[in-house]
Design a binder for this molecule. Structure first.
Ligand SMILES: NC(=O)c1ccc[n+]([C@@H]2O[C@H](COP(=O)([O-])OP(=O)(O)OC[C@H]3O[C@@H](n4cnc5c(N)ncnc54)[C@H](OP(=O)(O)O)[C@@H]3O)[C@@H](O)[C@H]2O)c1
Length: 319
């Protein structure tokens, strides 16, 4: 079969022949239909992710750990838990029986492959307990996940949405999809801190953070009150780290600001996860939530992997 084959950590996957997977006891072969390529896949392949060792510890390997495909009887499923060195970026892959779920009827598999990013945005509710009318700040709103978070915040009934990015053209697009106020983070530290304060109105109730690093560090410092007043509670959900993996956090940022910081997985269990997923499916079916995908054939993986022009569109490989 053809596959995207990675020969070393940090390399570029190449479109090559690879032995077909053979199902062992309790395994099933998946005919792969759509694979969303996300930053996490690139980080794992680069050897810089904490899961790199598990997924690409030996080479040659096939990147990407989940996708959408067909079971031998033709049922379309979302699959994961692939047996290494197989990955999702191939014509076929192999998973244990049961490591898949049927996908919703009538939705393009390429779109289904991107829906997990929208489910993550639901963490403003599942992790931070968002209620309609609240003010939401989306950090990193020009990326795929951030744009979906702006749309999800609007659909959940946010009172006001503030969105950050570092490119004015893309920030205009983010306004067009629902942000009330945008902030360009590509300014001096002082100017950025002031922009966060100018845009906060009565205060940020929920921050969904896809950036971490410098912008979040400046935000958390800016939220410290300048007097002994009580800070307004702000619930920060940590989801991504496009800007950096670390921040320096002053004790005062937690002590006085009223800030609470959660991981996106807080509050997730099979029921809340399913409810969040079903909500995304409902919005997709009604046309209220749209997904911007850039479909490419597997044979284009080498150039597709290196693309930097996607600007809020998710790369989806269609083997
Ligand atoms: N936990 C989860 O389930 C989950 C799900 C989805 C995403 N994520 C994470 O969320 C993050 C965003 O994912 P994505 O899919 O939206 O990525 P993406 O489409 O590649 O977008 C990344 C965004 O971050 C911006 N950015 C990059 N470096 C920056 C910096 N130094 N300062 C300010 N902005 C910067 C980019 O701006 P430019 O366009 O100007 O370059 C872009 O808008 C990633 O860390 C990803 O792993 C997590």
């Amino acid at each position: 079969m053809k596959a995207a084959v990675l020969h070393e950590a940090g390399g570029i996957p190449r479109y090559e022949d690879f032995p077909d997977p053979v199902a062992g006891d309790g395994e099933v072969i998946i005919d792969v239909k759509a694979v969303a390529v996300e930053n996490v896949d690139r980080a794992i392949a680069a050897g810089t992710h904490y899961a790199s060792e598990k997924y690409t510890g030996r080479f040659p390997a096939i990147p990407a750990f989940d996708g959408i495909g067909a079971l031998p009887d033709g049922t379309l499923v979302g699959f994961g838990n692939i047996r290494l060195p197989y990955g999702a970026l191939a014509e076929k892959t192999v998973v244990p029986q049961g490591s898949y779920m049927p996908i919703p009827d009538g939705i393009d598999p390429a779109v289904v492959s991107v829906m997990a990013s929208a489910v993550t945005a639901m963490s403003m509710k599942t992790a931070a307990g968002f209620v309609p009318g609240e003010t939401v700040l989306v950090q990193g709103a020009t990326g795929v996940a951030g744009r979906l978070a702006v749309k999800v915040a609007r659909l959940l009934g946010a009172g006001r949405i503030v969105a950050t990015g570092r490119d004015d053209d893309q920030l205009r697009e983010v306004q067009a999809i629902g942000a009330d106020t945008v902030i360009n983070t590509a300014v001096s530290d002082e100017a950025l801190a002031q922009a966060y304060l100018d845009a906060k109105g009565d205060g940020y109730d929920v921050v969904v953070d896809y950036l971490w690093g410098r912008p979040s560090e400046i935000l958390l410092r800016a939220l410290v009150p300048r007097s002994f007043a009580f800070g307004k509670p702000t619930r920060v959900v940590q989801i991504g780290e496009s800007a950096d993996t670390e921040i320096a956090l002053a004790g005062s940022s937690l002590r006085t600001s009223g800030v609470e910081i959660y991981g996106a997985a807080k509050g997730l269990d099979p029921q809340t996860m399913d409810e969040a997923y079903q909500q995304i499916v409902t919005w997709k079916r009604s046309g209220e939530l749209t997904f911007d995908v850039e479909k490419v054939p597997l044979s284009d993986i080498e150039t597709a992997w290196q693309r930097t022009d996607l600007k809020g569109r998710r790369l989806v490989v269609m083997p």
